[in-house]
Write a protein that binds this ligand. Sequence first.
Ligand code: ARG
Length: 455
Amino acid sequence: MTLYRGRIDAGANALMDALNKSLPVDIRLLPFDVQTNRAWSTALQNIGVFTAEECAAVHRELDAILARYEAGEFDALPDDEDVHTLVERLLTEALGDTGARIHTGRSRNDQVACDLYLYLRSELSVLKGHVQHLVRILRSLAQTHIDTLMAGTTHVQPAQPITLGHYLLSLAFVLTRDCDRIADCHRRADRCPLGAGAIAGSGFPVDRIAIARALGFSRPTENSVDTISHRDAAQEAAFAAATLLTHLSRYAEDFITWSNPAFGYVRWDASWSTGSSMMPQKRNPDAMELVRAKASRAMGNVVTLLAMTKGVPLTYAKDLQEDKAALFDALDTAVLTVQVFAEALSSAAFVPERMRAVLTADMLATELADALALKGVPFRTAHERCARFVTLLEEEQRDLLGTTEADVARFFPELADEGVVLSYDGAVARRQIFGGTSATSIKEQLRLLDAWLAQ
Ligand code: ARG
């Protein structure tokens, strides 16, 4: 059904219709389009386009349209081009000329931008809430595992002992930045496009500041050409989602490895695992594998959104209509994935004994080198001497934890007086530096996280 025929009969070509139609994607903007229409009709009343009664009738009809949407009436899609023409048609069918006057001084160009910003702000808040919830889960797990030793790795090789609490807080802190990025997108989308018109600004003297306030924005957009041309709000929101999911994908990858019985660090609750159709013993970490995979989808959406505007001539072009599928998918994917990750993690069982069992004495080599450096030995020399010592022990099928006083006296006379006590707990406890892995440092990190959560 074509609402605005003008000189063109767009409905005459079925293929063109299928290409051009955005209703299947943008129908979910209907609640926001209703808000936009409500604010616009009030603005029109204020300049005398609607009487108070007509405006009230428009508002009543908008409420009815929203109720019909919520009742699922548009689940089988009507034949309209997009959500904006659908709402306008329904208003016109219900109210005749009064309904048809709603499009006075307005274009779908500023309308779609306005709906999009409203959607973005609402969905980014939802996403931020889920990320904050995950941060709280990580905080509580970190508290529980403040003393749980694990083998910290670099290059997937044993590096130094750390604690599981420290590891989990690393995710909590990167998520605080993801949250800040989301909040930043939210803040930049805090300007109201309505009144920009098709390109030049509305031809009617509506009060854009009042419209912005009515829709919960703090101010109107500053330039009408900018308003209808750009989609950076969608692009950066998709980027924030992709960055967040990329972070989760790395932890998911570690957790998948950890759930291999050869590691056995973690066991997923059965509800987050799947079996195999053939191998009866299987317990696959599918939830984490899908978390790992979703990042690629989010990245694809960022590329889609950037490519969609690259080189597109100003101002509006129909290219921009393609933004919604990618943006919705980016944010839907992020919201789902963060929830899954949070729930799966909070029901997982970490196995401290298994984590401790894989610690190897060579991971204490840095402790020995540090002890020498503390005695004034240049670190390069200390490093070399310790490496030689570890090799020798290896040849004798011994390790650093089997070091005797005689060894120390022979190889490290500098340390002969006080000896050197090597232990995993000691290595961790020694790192009381700000940001370090000791329980003291972790407690400080928990306090910082609490302060962040409280703001
Ligand atoms: N459905 C369209 C979109 O999403 C609405 C804008 C149409 N504007 C136009 N000048 N044809 O972008």
